[in-house]
Design a protein around this ligand. Structure first.
Ligand SMILES: NC(=O)c1ccc[n+]([C@@H]2O[C@H](COP(=O)([O-])OP(=O)(O)OC[C@H]3O[C@@H](n4cnc5c(N)ncnc54)[C@H](OP(=O)(O)O)[C@@H]3O)[C@@H](O)[C@H]2O)c1
Length: 263
């Protein structure tokens, strides 16, 4: 079991070693765990993010509380292994909770290695990721033909296409779904800013636009965990609240789609 709200790390965790750069992220990850969060998603593609997460987890003794997810993003078997070794070293762990093939790059090659790592106990779960609907046919093909534990995909009130095939297929195959870009990379806030939250949002214990966007996602029966990225502790608290209380039913979810379309 993992909590429905996780933490992404693209861009926001790619910072240097100075106290001024690290302190806000230390506050974010510490508060995340205090509020019951576990899943932190990273990638060797995210600059210094893996190192920052590893350093902060070690400094705050959070390794046992966190469910660490990272990725392999290169071509070739040996290059993939070397990359994953570096990721584990930067994250300061001997076993990773989840390794995913980032953007399906050389997926067949890496999935064979990932299965080996899983057998050896170096990775608890394995998966694939993408962030764009152009890749859905290939994501669907891998979901049908490969044995994977997780798929990570973009799905939000601004990008709903995954609900057509990828999400139902993942559900049928018993594959857990991490949802990336839950705020469309932040773009959805530009649409809702200055607009009043509909009063019926109270029907599902929703008190902010961030919670509105997150609750719509995690109410999908296939969604396991949404992974919003933030470097701001107030935003983190807002997002974590999105995982608490009632969720919208199918009728309310449709009303939410229409409310966003009308903005
Ligand atoms: N191919 C892949 O595998 C792939 C692709 C894309 C993303 N991902 C993963 O998914 C994660 C999430 O996607 P994303 O980072 O692209 O975008 P996102 O989570 O949809 O949006 C992040 C943006 O939203 C802002 N934000 C967060 N919470 C907020 C709140 N409560 N109120 C107002 N603004 C808020 C953040 O700024 P502040 O810092 O100011 O809060 C940030 O600019 C990534 O970090 C990464 O881990 C994976």
């Amino acid at each position: 079991m993992i909590p429905v709200i996780g933490l992404g790390s693209w861009q926001v965790f790619d910072v240097g070693a100075s106290a001024a750069e690290r302190q806000p992220l230390e506050e974010v990850i510490s508060r995340f765990v205090t509020l019951g969060g576990r899943v932190v998603d990273s990638s060797p593609m995210y600059g210094r993010a893996e190192q920052v997460i590893g350093d902060l987890a070690a400094k705050l003794s959070l390794h046992s509380a966190l469910f660490l997810a990272t990725k392999v993003w290169t071509t070739g078997k040996d290059e993939g292994i070397a990359s994953m070794e570096k990721s584990l070293s930067r994250l300061q762990t001997r076993r990773i909770d989840l390794i995913q093939v980032h953007n399906l790059v050389d997926a067949r090659t890496h999935l064979a290695t990932l299965r080996d790592w899983k057998e050896q106990g170096r990775a608890r779960y394995i998966g694939i990721t993408h962030y764009n609907s152009s890749a859905y046919p290939e994501v669907a093909r891998l979901l049908r033909t490969e044995k994977i534990d997780f798929v990570q995909i973009n799905y939000s009130l601004g990008e709903r296409e995954a609900a057509k095939e990828v999400l139902p297929l993942a559900q049928d195959r018993g594959v857990a779904v991490l949802v990336n870009r839950p705020f469309g990379g932040g773009d959805l806030f530009a649409r809702v800013r200055q607009k009043p939250l509909p009063d019926w949002a109270g029907e599902f214990d929703c008190h902010s636009w961030a919670q509105f966007l997150l609750k719509w996602i995690i109410a999908h029966p296939a969604a396991t965990c949404a992974i919003p990225a933030t470097g701001n502790v107030r935003h983190l608290e807002d997002n974590m609240q999105g995982g608490i209380g009632r969720l919208p039913d199918a009728t309310l979810r449709q009303r939410m789609v229409e409310a966003i379309a009308q903005l």
